[in-house]
Design a protein around this ligand. Structure first.
Ligand code: OGA
Ligand code: MN
Length: 213
């Protein structure tokens, strides 16, 4: 599928159902996927990933009963991350052109779930804050089986108790959903699970006061 068709299908899925899954994307070739996999494995092994926080405050609260993944924010500074950011920027522009969402920027982090880790049901943004608008998760695992656990469980937009989809985190697969509307969870993983999450946002980074004077 070419990029324009892929973006059209994405926009339609986000409108009609609020979420959708692609097994492949025209931007992310096997070399880039391999390079992203290598980056997250190195970060994981060098202990560079930190326990993730939750909540709406400016200070993240760490609560291991809610989420147990470890994360590292991407800066776009390596050639691999720069190539990924090109894809994410293309998505931001493509979504704005089709859905008029006014997405201003994106943020992205790697995430590792080790055996026994999970993320309980949640939404990625709080109603009315207009910050995180569209969520994207890219998976980076080879040969993931049902018995490995760690599926992304998506609840339907119309009924937040009804399971709408179950996604195995296989390399190259991407899940996209509306951040405020779609409840989801990561089921307990039985082996190490690598992924990359990204949020497209409507707000801009506030300038420090000194920049305005
Ligand atoms: C998240 C999240 C889903 C996944 O990081 O907020 O819900 O499948 N991730 O990793
Ligand atoms: Mn989430």
């Amino acid at each position: 599928m070419d990029k324009v068709k892929w973006l059209d299908e994405l926009a339609r899925g986000l409108c009609e159902r609020g979420w959708l899954i692609f097994d492949t994307t025209p931007w992310l070739g096997p070399e880039l996927l391999r390079a992203l996999q290598q980056e997250i494995i190195v970060l994981d092994q060098s202990d560079a990933l930190k326990i993730a926080g939750i909540g709406r405050g400016s200070v993240p609260v760490q609560d291991r009963s809610v989420r147990r993944d470890k994360i590292a924010w991407l800066q776009g500074s390596t050639p691999t991350q720069a190539a990924l950011f090109e894809f994410l920027e293309g998505l931001r522009v493509g979504l704005n052109q089709r859905l008029f969402l006014g997405l201003k920027r994106f943020e992205a982090h790697y995430a590792t779930y080790h055996r026994g880790d999970f993320y309980k049901p949640h939404v990625d943004s709080f109603q009315g804050r207009a910050s995180r608008i569209v969520s994207l998760v890219l998976y980076l695992n080879d040969d993931w089986q049902h018995s490995d656990g760690g599926a992304l469980q998506i609840y339907s937009r119309e009924n937040e108790c009804e399971v709408g989809g179950l996604v195995l985190p296989e390399a190259g697969r991407v899940a996209l959903f509306m951040s405020e509307e779609i409840r989801h969870e990561v089921l307990e993983a039985h082996r190490t699970r690598y992924s990359l999450a990204c949020w497209f946002r409507q707000d801009v980074i506030p300038l420090p006061l000194s920049a305005l004077i």
